[in-house]
Design a protein around this ligand. Structure first.
Ligand code: ADP
Length: 504
C-alpha cells in the first residue's frame, strides 16, 4: 500500500525556531538549578529555596519532552537531597529536614502534574496526526477513484463538497458551495432529470440515485453518477450525504465498445448473407421466373376469344404474390446488409420467426432438412430491433443446418415459440444434429470458440450480445433425445417497456 505522509503543517523555519527556544529553556533551567543548589547547599537560609526546582521542572516541561522532564525531576530530587546532606548543620535541624521534605513533595507533585499534562498533549498530538493521516488517505482514495463526497441540505440548498467534488464540478476551493453551482454545470438535456431528483430530496426520499452529464465551461462533457442517502430530517428540512463518481472514462469506453460490437455484428451479418448467397439468389430468381410464366399465361388467356378474364385474374394475382415475395426477400436482405442504428419497434414474435424461416428455407432444402414450426406465442409482442433479432435467429438456424449436414440420419429443424404469461417469450431452435458435448457447453458463447475448420467463432458471442442488449438471455441445451436446442428468452413488450422507462 502506498502511504502518503501528511505534509508538515509547520511553516519552514519554525522547527529551527522551536529548537532554539528549547535550548534556551533548558539552559535557563540548568542555570537556575545550579543557582538553587549552591544557595541551598552553602548558605544558611531558613526557607525552602529548593522549592524553586519546581520552576526548573516547569521550564523543562515547556520543551514538551517527557524524557527531559523526568531527568530534570530526578536531578532536582537528587540536588535537594545532596544540598540537605552537604549543607552546614544549623541549629534548627528539624526545620531544615521539614523544608527538605516540603521541597521534595513540591518537586514530586509538580513532576506528576507536568508528566500527566505532557502525556495528554502527546495523546492529542497523536490523535490529530492520525486524523490528518486518515483525511489524507481519504483524499487520495477519492482522487484515485474519482469519487467526491458531498452533503446537501434541502430546501436551503447549502452544500459541503470534498476536494474531489470541487475537481469534478470544476470549481476552485474556497467559496461557499450550493445547489445553484451544481445546476449551472448540469447538461441542459439532463436538467429535467436533475430537477426530478431534487424534487425527490424535497419529498424526503430515503435514497436518490442519478446518472447525468456535466457541461463544463470549456465545452467538455463529463459523465457523473450520484448516490445520496438521507442522513437527518427535521420536519421538511432534510440532509443528504452521498458520493459523486466521475464515470466519464468508463462511459466513453462502454460507448466505444458498443460501437465496436455494432460494427462487428454488421460484419457478421454481411458474412452470413455471403453464406446464404446461393439460396438468396434462388429465392429471388424463382419468384421472378414464376412472374414471367404467369405473365405469359395471362397473355394467352387474354388472346382467347372470348378472353378468359377469370383465368387472367388468377394469373395476375399469382404475379402479385410472387412479386411481393421477391420484394420482401430483397427488403430483408437490404436491411440486413445496411448498417443502421438499432431501431426498437413492436414485434410480433411469431411473425419474426415465420419470416426468418423463409430466409433459410432454401438452405434447408439444399441440405435435405425438414422444417417444423411450432409457433405458440400467439399474440406475444416484444420491443426490439427487427434486423438484429433476425440476425440472431438466422445465425442459430445456420448453425443447426451446418451441424445437421454432418449427420447421416433424419434431419429436422424445429422452430418453436412459447409465451411465459406476463413475463417473457421463448424462441427455441432445435435440431437433430450431433448435439453439443458437455465440455463445450461452458465455452459455446465465448468469442472465437469454434469447432469448424473455417469458423470464426463469433456468431454465438454476437447473438448473446444482441439478446442481452434486448434485456433477454440465451442458453444452449443438449436434450436426452439428441441434437442441440438453443433457447432465446426475451422480455414481453409490457415488461420491456417498464424496464426501458425505469432506466430513462
Ligand atoms: P462458428 O459458427 O463460426 O463456429 P458460432 O459462435 O456460431 O461460431 O458457434 C460456435 C460453435 O458452437 C460452433 O463451432 C459449434 O461447435 C457449436 N455449435 C453451435 N451451434 C451448434 C449446434 N446447433 N449443434 C452443435 N454445435 C453447435
Amino acid at each position: 500500500m502506498l502511504l502518503i505522509e501528511r505534509p508538515t503543517v509547520n511553516p519552514p523555519g519554525l522547527g529551527m525556531y522551536n529548537s532554539t527556544i528549547n535550548r534556551l529553556l533548558k539552559g535557563t533551567a540548568g542555570s537556575l538549578a545550579l543557582g538553587v543548589f549552591l544557595i541551598d547547599a552553602f548558605t544558611p537560609l531558613d526557607f525552602a529555596i529548593a522549592v524553586l526546582y519546581v520552576v526548573v521542572i516547569l521550564l523543562v516541561a515547556l520543551t514538551g519532552s517527557i524524557g527531559a522532564t523526568r531527568v530534570a525531576a530526578w536531578a532536582s530530587l537528587l540536588l535537594t537531597l545532596t544540598a540537605y546532606i552537604v549543607s552546614p548543620s544549623a541549629e534548627d535541624e528539624g526545620g531544615q529536614l521539614a523544608r527538605c521534605i516540603f521541597a521534595l513533595l513540591a518537586i514530586g507533585t509538580t513532576t506528576l502534574l507536568a508528566l500527566r499534562n505532557l502525556a495528554d498533549m502527546d495523546r492529542r498530538c497523536q490523535a490529530e496526526a492520525a486524523l490528518a493521516r486518515s483525511e489524507s488517505f481519504l483524499a487520495e482514495a477519492q482522487k484515485l477513484s474519482k469519487t467526491g463526497s458531498i452533503a446537501i441540505r434541502v430546501p436551503a440548498g447549502t452544500m459541503v463538497w470534498s476536494d474531489e467534488a470541487h475537481r469534478i464540478f470544476g470549481y476552485a476551493r474556497g467559496g461557499p458551495v450550493h445547489l445553484g453551482l451544481v445546476m449551472a454545470r448540469v447538461h441542459p438535456d439532463d436538467l429535467a432529470a436533475a430537477h426530478r431528483t431534487h424534487a425527490d430530496m424535497l419529498n424526503g426520499a430515503p435514497l436518490v440515485e442519478l446518472q447525468h452529464r456535466l457541461l463544463m465551461p470549456d465545452g467538455a462533457i463529463r459523465y457523473v453518477h450520484l448516490v445520496a442517502r438521507r442522513s437527518t430530517s427535521d420536519g421538511d428540512n432534510h440532509e443528504y450525504v452521498g458520493a459523486l463518481m466521475d464515470v466519464t472514462d468508463a462511459t466513453l469506453t462502454q460507448q466505444a465498445l458498443h460501437r465496436t460490437m455494432d460494427e462487428l455484428a454488421h460484419v457478421a451479418r454481411v458474412t452470413t448473407l455471403g453464406q446464404l448467397a446461393a439460396s438468396i439468389a434462388h429465392e429471388v430468381t424463382q419468384p421472378i421466373a414464376a412472374i414471367v410464366t404467369c405473365g405469359e399465361s395471362a397473355q394467352r388467356w387474354l388472346q382467347r376469344t372470348p378472353p378468359d378474364i377469370e383465368e387472367t385474374r388468377d394469373s395476375i394475382d399469382q404475379i402479385i404474390r410472387d412479386a411481393t415475395r421477391a420484394s420482401d426477400i430483397i427488403r430483408q436482405i437490404r436491411s440486413m446488409a445496411q448498417k443502421a442504428e438499432p431501431k426498437y419497434i413492436d414485434i410480433a414474435v411469431d411473425h419474426l420467426l415465420a419470416d426468418t424461416v423463409e430466409l433459410v428455407r432454401r438452405e434447408m432444402q439444399d441440405h435435405q432438412i425438414a422444417a417444423v414450426t411450432e409457433l405458440d406465442a400467439g399474440t406475444a409482442h416484444i420491443l426490439g430491433d427487427w434486423t438484429q433479432l433476425q440476425q440472431v435467429l438466422v445465425n442459430l438456424m445456420i448453425n443447426a443446418i451446418q451441424a445437421m449436414s454432418e449427420t447421416a440420419g433424419r434431419r429436422r429443424l424445429t422452430v418453436a415459440s412459447r409465451e411465459i404469461p406476463g413475463n417473457a417469450v421463448l424462441l427455441i431452435i432445435s435440431d437433430t444434429g450431433p448435439g453439443i458435448p458437455a465440455q463445450a457447453m461452458g465455452q459455446l458463447f465465448n468469442a472465437f470458440y469454434t469447432t469448424k475448420p473455417d469458423g470464426m467463432g463469433m456468431g454465438l458471442s454476437i447473438c448473446r450480445n444482441i439478446v442481452e442488449s434486448h434485456g433477454g438471455s440465451i442458453e444452449a441445451e443438449s436434450p436426452p433425445e439428441g441434437g442441440a436446442k438453443m433457447i432465446v428468452r426475451l422480455p414481453l413488450r409490457t415488461a420491456a417497456v417498464e424496464a426501458v422507462e425505469a432506466a430513462a
